[in-house]
Design a protein around this ligand. Structure first.
Ligand code: ADP
Length: 498
């Protein structure tokens, strides 16, 4: 295993802009700020504006004022803006790769993946304005026609996360905007630029109208001042949240009191079932990627593999060998696959859970020892069912994979479903019909056959069930970010009972 701690020369190109982006203007320069650090080594990456309720109110007002014109903009005009933004994203690739590395610890493999998905999503969304806007329904009343159209909601407020920061931010505000909503986002305090401010730079250059997209940043611990404004403002019609189920429960209670629609993209405990007829080499490749992309800090990472006992030893030996070739270190080195965890709390969580499993008698296949924020891909086998990392009750947000052998596929399937989460899952089998039959029974938003739990594409509806949240990405987000309007026209006098 290679652990490289040398850091590339630091650059000012990634310094955070200490300003909000409200109504098309960079505001508040000179106001209070907070530091943003490189998770690898604690180096200062830049300062971001420490906003609060006043900025949030101004941003919501700007978005509300921009809404009618944006909602009614011709599809072709909106299309040009989205296509231009996609080109800008691609032009800025190198700078974005650097930004995601220093602000979020993302490897080039992960940041390039996000950039490709973001450009693809922008180009797909660019055409949605030309899709049918509704339906004409038949009425039982003579002379009456009913039409159903999709209307944007108004202002959608979004919480963008630090982990897949660049892509997940697009997903948070671009989907609502593509259906005619305007947006205000509150990026994670851990990655304010890659989770929102850089998007403002891109949309500003592309020429998006002022107020259609607004960003308010805040210091650690100050999120409620901003989110309270989202819940209190009548103009905000939907809250689009990506984060933990713990925070979602707090916000969900607020949404209940305010009667606001919420879209939730939360965690997962994503199992992989390797059936006795699986291709072992392909399973090793899929699990290495699925479990360890971005050091296991993505909601769709694989957390537990159930492998048929006839393949167990070959699979574990092959997986260990492959995983140990992954270079660990500064993600600015293009050869590095495993960068740092986001903060000390993340390192402490995974270390404690590995220790808990070992104390209960688990076997360490590889990894298990941190070097600062660098935590190697770690695999545990023979993990007792009550070890925290194995129960499925909580996700361990890091590079930890649990492997369990099974003899009875039905028992393994049932065990894999024993979790409050329901985001993604994978089945590895050469028998596609058998895979499809089993897949139909999974209680998850996503199930892949012969692909990793992370097999995302911009066009596909990604989202969870149960405690993994609700709402879907891709064009299916039309369900989340529009409402159905019924209009009837009667051409004959009505017949009324009184
Ligand atoms: P993560 O662990 O992925 O950072 P969290 O659920 O802790 O996920 O945080 C997600 C987002 O929710 C962050 O942007 C954070 O600022 C915000 N947040 C956390 N706690 C609260 C809260 N009590 N009220 C409003 N927002 C919050």
């Amino acid at each position: 295993m290679t652990i490289s701690l040398e850091t590339a020369a630091s650059t000012n190109a990634s310094s955070v802009v200490s300003s909000h982006f409200i109504n098309g203007e960079w505001t508040d320069a000179g106001g209070p700020t907070f530091p943003v650090h490189n998770p690898l080594n604690g180096e200062l990456v830049g300062e971001a504006a420490a906003g609060g309720s006043a900025e949030a109110r101004a941003a919501v007002e700007a978005a509300a004022a921009a809404f009618p014109a944006w909602a009614n903009l011709a599809p072709g005009a909106r299309q040009l803006l989205f296509l231009k933004a996609a080109d800008i994203v691609e032009r800025r690739t190198e700078e974005l790769v650097e930004l995601m590395a220093v602000e979020g610890g993302a490897s080039r493999a992960f940041s390039s993946f996000q950039i490709r998905l973001s450009a693809a999503m922008l180009r797909q969304a660019a055409g949605w304005g030309y899709l049918p806007a509704g339906d004409v329904l038949r009425s039982d009343v003579p002379g009456r026609t009913a039409t159903v159209t999709r209307k944007p909601l108004g202002v959608v407020a979004g919480f963008t996360p630090w982990n897949g920061a660049f892509y997940l931010a697009w997903r948070t505000f671009l989907l609502p905007m593509a259906f005619g909503n305007t947006t205000v986002i509150k990026p994670s305090e851990l990655a304010p630029r890659s989770a929102g401010l850089v998007h403002a730079e891109i949309l500003e250059e592309a020429g998006f109208p002022a107020g259609t997209f607004n960003v308010v940043t805040h210091a650690p611990g100050e999120a409620p001042a901003i989110s309270d404004v989202f819940f209190e403002s009548p103009a905000v019609r939907c809250i689009n949240f990506t984060g933990s189920d713990r925070t979602a429960r707090i916000l969900g209670a607020q949404a209940g009191r305010a009667l606001k629609r919420m879209v939730l993209e939360l965690g997962g405990f994503n199992p992989v079932l390797i059936l006795d007829d699986a291709d072992v080499e392909e399973s090793i490749r899929a699990v290495t990627f699925g479990a360890f992309l971005h050091q296991g800090q993505v909601c769709m990472n694989s957390r537990k593999v159930y492998v048929h006992s006839s393949l167990h030893d070959e699979f574990v030996a092959g997986l260990k060998a492959r995983v140990e070739t992954l270079k660990i270190g500064d993600p600015r080195d293009p050869a590095v696959i495993i960068g740092p965890l986001i903060n000390d709390g993340a390192v402490e969580q995974i270390a404690a859970r590995v220790q808990d499993a070992l104390d209960r008698g688990a076997a360490l296949v590889t990894g298990g020892t941190a070097d600062g924020r660098l935590y190697p891909p770690t695999i545990l086998s023979h993990v007792p069912a009550d070890a925290i990392c194995s129960t499925g009750a909580d996700e361990t947000f890091g590079p930890l994979l649990v492997i369990e052998a099974f003899d009875d596929a039905e028992e393994a399937f049932r065990a894999s479903q024993n979790t409050p989460f329901g985001l993604s899952a994978s089945i590895m089998t050469r028998n596609r019909a058998r895979g499809l039959d089993l897949a139909a029974r999974f209680d998850t938003g996503i199930i892949h056959i012969n692909a990793p739990t992370m097999a995302s594409e911009a066009s596909l509806p990604v989202g969870g069930v149960k405690d993994s949240g609700w709402g879907r990405s891709g064009y299916y987000a039309i369900e989340d970010f529009t409402e159905v309007r019924l209009t009837t026209v009667s051409r004959e006098p009505g017949r009324y009972p009184f």
